[in-house]
Design a protein around this ligand. Structure first.
Ligand code: ADP
Ligand code: MG
Length: 484
């Protein structure tokens, strides 16, 4: 199978592997008790360990380890009961230790898989190579002073997971689907908030190209791309650049590059370093990390239902389509909302109101489910009013609009506005008689064969009853009277 960007890559196939850095949700840092809160005053959340004062000792944060294990389980991956922390040595002004504590040879999580779905509905398995824990570095501030730079160490020592994929991705679209799926899983697990704008998830994008059937060629790594859209654009731009080099008889150099989103191109940052340049060695301040299988089992038992499982269950339990179920499970809050509405009710009716009317209303009023004016419980009660015949489908639309405007309960709106469906056949018959008298000419036309006029009569009767008549009863009575 060969994937190409239409018209741009010809016979070339794109090969991509992603290294995703995901900030672990935890109140304190990987090896210190300092807070991880986002947006604090610079250097207000820095312990002596994070500032690398001489003689300070790191102490592993058990919650961070639990989060890494949960993530591994969510990625269907092998959990390594023994792993090890290594020092990755390099100099940078935002790294006071002069090394990053990371995991190299023995990561806590091994091989796993993530299933992605493409636009055409096809699914593909993307292999996970590994997941390891490491510390984040600080941040340099260049915009505070014209002649000096400052360093903010609040981020220094915050726990990250690096999640490395196999080079299984074959197109920008697949990279996008993979990142969205990964983010969704992390959010469900509560192990990373997936917020790319705040930098809690960022990706290093490895790209190479080859002709179908060939072994892999040299790759370039595009560092620190911070949005899914940019990842997709970077892959395309980089693939086109490499293809041009190969096509012109040149050779792609393995290097680290940056994506310039404004220009839509990648640029050299440095030639690629190798592992030995970092002189990795086991951190002598930390014991090997040994965890118990029984603890892993406990964590596994306590995992929430994940998106794939929830989607399958929604389809089965509520009789809705795979597509609708996919839309509903995209965010956990949407799934929970739907489930509250649908429980014990007609699933198809619930999905229409949630993904149709409610989403449209939220869109229109620039709101999200978090601040929805209509609660799941209220929407559920409105569906009950439809199902038990208190209101008809058309009136339900009006009731719903009032709910969006006022936040009132549906039964109160129906009561106050007198919107109860008219099922009194006497009232309906009277309305029909009035209409037939008023439009005697149309009745004659209808009776002489102009069947299409039936809809006109239905409309008139509904108007006469202010939309409240039970449509089925109107149809039945009209037919009887017109066909007399
Ligand atoms: P390093 O340790 O130097 O970063 P890895 O072997 O760990 O190298 O690979 C890093 C990432 O690069 C992985 O996501 C992997 O899937 C990807 N990768 C490896 N070879 C290729 C290739 N030829 N083309 C594209 N991506 C690749
Ligand atoms: Mg790497």
């Amino acid at each position: 199978m060969s994937y190409t960007i239409e018209g741009k890559t010809g016979i070339w196939e794109i090969v991509v592997g992603l290294e995703v850095h995901a900030q672990i949700v935890s109140n304190s840092k990987l090896f210190s008790g300092a807070s991880t809160r986002f947006g604090g005053e610079p250097n207000s959340q820095v312990s002596l360990v994070d500032a690398a004062f001489p003689g300070m000792l790191p102490v592993i944060n058990k919650e961070c380890v639990a989060q890494a294990v949960r993530t591994g389980l969510g990625l269907n991956a092998r959990i390594n009961l023994q792993s090890r922390f290594d020092r990755k040595n390099y100099f940078y002004a935002d790294l006071p230790q002069g090394y990053q504590i990371s995991q190299f040879e023995y990561p806590i999580v091994g091989e796993g898989t993530v299933e992605i779905e493409l636009q055409n509905g096809e699914t593909r398995q993307i292999g996970i190579t590994r997941l390891h824990m490491e510390q984040d570095a600080g941040k340099l501030l260049h915009d505070q002073d014209p002649s000096r730079s400052f360093v903010d160490l609040n981020r220094s020592g915050i726990a990250l997971m690096e999640i490395v994929s196999e080079p299984d991705i074959r197109a920008p679209e697949e990279a996008g689907a993979y990142l969205r799926k990964l983010r969704q899983i992390l959010r469900y697990l509560g192990t990373c908030d997936g917020n790319m704008e705040e930098g809690s998830m960022r990706a290093d994008v490895n790209v190479s190209v080859r002709k179908a059937g060939e072994p892999f060629r040299t790759r370039c790594e595009i560092k620190n791309v911070n949005s899914i859209r940019f990842v997709m654009q970077a892959i395309e731009a980089e693939a086109v650049r490499q293809i041009e080099i190969w096509e012109n008889g040149g050779e792609v150099d393995q290097e680290t590059r940056l994506f310039d989103a404004a220009r839509g191109e990648t640029r050299t940052m440095r030639s690629k370093e190798d592992a030995h340049d970092y002189r990795y060695f086991p951190d002598p301040d930390l014991l090997p990390l040994v965890i118990e299988q029984s603890w892993v089992d406990e964590l596994k038992k306590a995992l929430p239902e994940l998106p794939d499982a929830k989607r399958a269950r929604f389809q089965q339990e509520y009789g809705i389509t795979s597509y609708d179920a996919g839309v509903l499970v995209a965010e956990q809050i949407t799934a929970d909302f739907f489930e509250t509405v649908a429980k014990g009710r007609d699933g198809k009716l619930a999905v229409t109101w949630v993904t149709g009317d409610l989403f449209a209303a939220l869109n229109r009023t620039s709101r999200t489910l978090e601040d929805s004016p209509v609660s799941a419980a209220s929407l559920g009660k409105m569906l009950d009013l439809i199902t038990d015949g208190t209101i008809n489908g058309k009136i339900a639309k009006d009731v719903f609009e009032t709910m969006v405007e006022t936040g009132d309960e549906p039964e109160d709106i129906v009561e106050k506005k007198g919107l109860k469906q008219v099922t009194d056949t006497g009232v309906i018959d009277t309305a029909i008689d009035d209409i037939m008298t008023k439009h005697a000419d149309k009745v004659a036309e209808y009776r002489s064969g102009k069947d299409k006029l039936f809809g006109f009569f239905v409309g008139q009767v509904m108007k006469e009853t202010k939309g409240k008549a039970n449509p089925a009863l109107v149809n039945e009575a009209l037919k009887a009277k017109l066909d007399q």
